[in-house]
Design a protein around this ligand. Structure first.
Ligand SMILES: Cc1cc2nc3c(=O)[nH]c(=O)nc-3n(C[C@H](O)[C@H](O)[C@H](O)COP(=O)(O)OP(=O)(O)OC[C@H]3O[C@@H](n4cnc5c(N)ncnc54)[C@H](O)[C@@H]3O)c2cc1C
Length: 433
């Protein structure tokens, strides 16, 4: 029988590892057990499609916490251990190896799985999905100079992989089924700009590209028979040959334990429904990170976010919730990606009917273009995308958080300094009854 205040965290990824640390920071003295299916101690996933894909040595820098951390903070880390059943009535979690662990509070931090294409299942030689450190290592081995790489899916992840593969000298084709890149998150002019930049880097980009079939022939060279050649046929009859296929078509939240345990799931996004403290429909089970769906005050809707910031913030909120302490304030959603020589940061989320103003000059061929598109409703910022302009985005953040108006024309005028402009917006709001 475990201690009355034992906390069990299922999922030793970003959220799970941050929650375990936060529990100790908040003063929890009881047992903490962190259960992870993977063989590795918790690591950060963002470098997997960037630095880790580019250079094997970068593995070493991906750990969420330094070596010795779990022992020092008395966190029992069980790697290679899979939870197979959650029994909320009995306060028990059953593991695949037959063990059962009792909990007082349980956190589901189970993340998600890369969505698969049925005709290109995981495990097919030459076909890659990228969610784990092992996935990244396997893909890196295939990214030889001149390898023909087809990336299916032109979302953030697909584009990052394309960017890294191109930097390694591969010949890359990106197949995106939508008529423009990142059409759900970028205004059309920015999608077009990005498409131009991708092409400028030497990547073949095919929009509106729907796969009709993909055939695989073993490599003619006996010594590399495990490799394959693929021919992808698009619905418009175009043929793309590839040695390596990377499928990056999104994520399915890992909610099987929650579903079998009868916890409420969000019908729209598939996530585990949680409140502001990350508590699920069972009072002793919490959820955080990619698997959780939470109502967002700023946007007045429930969302399941797949971002590093969200995994960290929800982990902290869940830790506070499990200890019956007040939840930290809700941060404005923020996301970043690095690709094609650009650090892209996004604050807020797009909404229908926003007008966009651009500060800076978008030049797709420039070495380091710098500009920010600001999406606003009657001057009140709701969404911003900064290209190599994270510092300026930080200046704007206060307007988002406090719902303050900015004059879009003055914002777009680069002769008007940004810092004083933001200050003037704050002063104006303070002086207006
Ligand atoms: C390649 C890649 C690049 C990314 N780049 C960016 C980026 O640039 N910017 C950004 O903001 N975000 C990025 N992200 C997203 C970010 O990394 C995720 O949002 C974050 O890792 C989510 O954390 P999590 O704890 O919810 O899930 P994860 O980190 O996925 O951890 C979940 C863990 O739970 C384990 N697990 C699941 N079920 C069980 C079970 N039953 N028993 C035991 N263990 C289980 C899984 O094996 C996994 O290790 C990227 C993600 C990937 C994959």
């Amino acid at each position: 029988m475990a201690d009355a205040d034992s906390i069990l965290i299922i999922g030793a990824g970003q959220s799970g590892a941050v929650a375990a640390a936060a529990l100790r920071d908040l003063g929890h003295e009881g047992p903490i057990t962190l259960i992870g299916r993977e063989a590795h101690a918790p690591y950060e996933r963002p470098p997997l499609s960037k630095a880790v894909l580019q250079a094997a040595e970068a593995h070493a820098q991906t750990a969420v916490h330094p070596g010795g951390f779990y022992e020092q903070r008395r966190i029992a880390l069980l790697t290679g251990a899979e939870a197979v059943r959650l029994d909320p009535a009995g306060h028990l979690v059953h593991l695949a190896d037959g063990r059962s662990l009792r909990y007082h509070r349980c956190l589901l931090a189970t993340g998600g799985r890369a969505r698969e294409l049925p005709n290109l299942p995981r495990g097919t030689p030459g076909v890659h999905y990228i969610r784990t450190l092992d996935d990244a290592a396997a893909l890196r081995a295939g990214l030889t100079p001149d390898a023909r790489v087809a990336v299916i899916g032109g979302g953030f992840l697909g584009l990052e992989v394309a960017s890294t593969a191109r930097a390694l000298g591969a010949r890359v084709t990106v197949l995106e089924s939508a008529p423009r890149l990142l059409e759900r998150v970028l205004p059309p002019a920015l999608s077009d700009w990005l498409a131009e930049r991708v092409r400028h880097a030497g990547v073949t980009l095919r929009l509106d590209a729907r796969m009709a079939r993909c055939t695989r022939q073993p490599h003619p060279d006996e010594s590399v028979r495990h490799q394959a050649r693929f021919t992808i046929e698009l619905q418009d009859a175009a043929l793309i040959d590839a040695d390596v296929v990377v499928v990056a078509i999104g994520l399915a939240p890992e909610v099987s334990l929650a579903a079998e345990a009868g916890l409420a799931l969000d019908a729209a996004n598939g996530g585990i429904v949680v409140d502001a403290q990350c508590r699920s429909s069972d009072p002793d089970v919490y959820a955080a990170g990619d698997c959780a769906s939470q109502h967002r005050r700023h946007l007045n809707m429930a969302l399941r976010l797949e971002s590093w910031q969200n995994a960290n913030e929800q982990a902290r909120a869940a830790a506070a919730g499990m200890l019956s302490q007040p939840a930290p304030g809700e941060p404005y959603p923020w996301f970043w990606t690095d690709q094609f020589g650009c650090n892209v940061q996004m604050l807020g989320l797009p909404q229908p009917g926003l007008a966009y103003a651009c500060r800076g000059t978008p030049q797709s061929g420039a070495d380091a273009p710098k500009f920010i598109w600001l999406g606003h409703r009657d001057g009140i910022p709701v969404h911003a995308i900064a290209i190599n302009a994270g510092g300026d985005l930080r200046q704007l953040r206060v307007l988002f958080e406090q719902g303050l108006r900015i004059d879009p024309l003055r914002y777009a005028d680069e002769t008007v300094a940004l810092k004083p402009l933001v200050k003037a917006c704050q002063q104006h709001a303070a002086a207006t009854p």
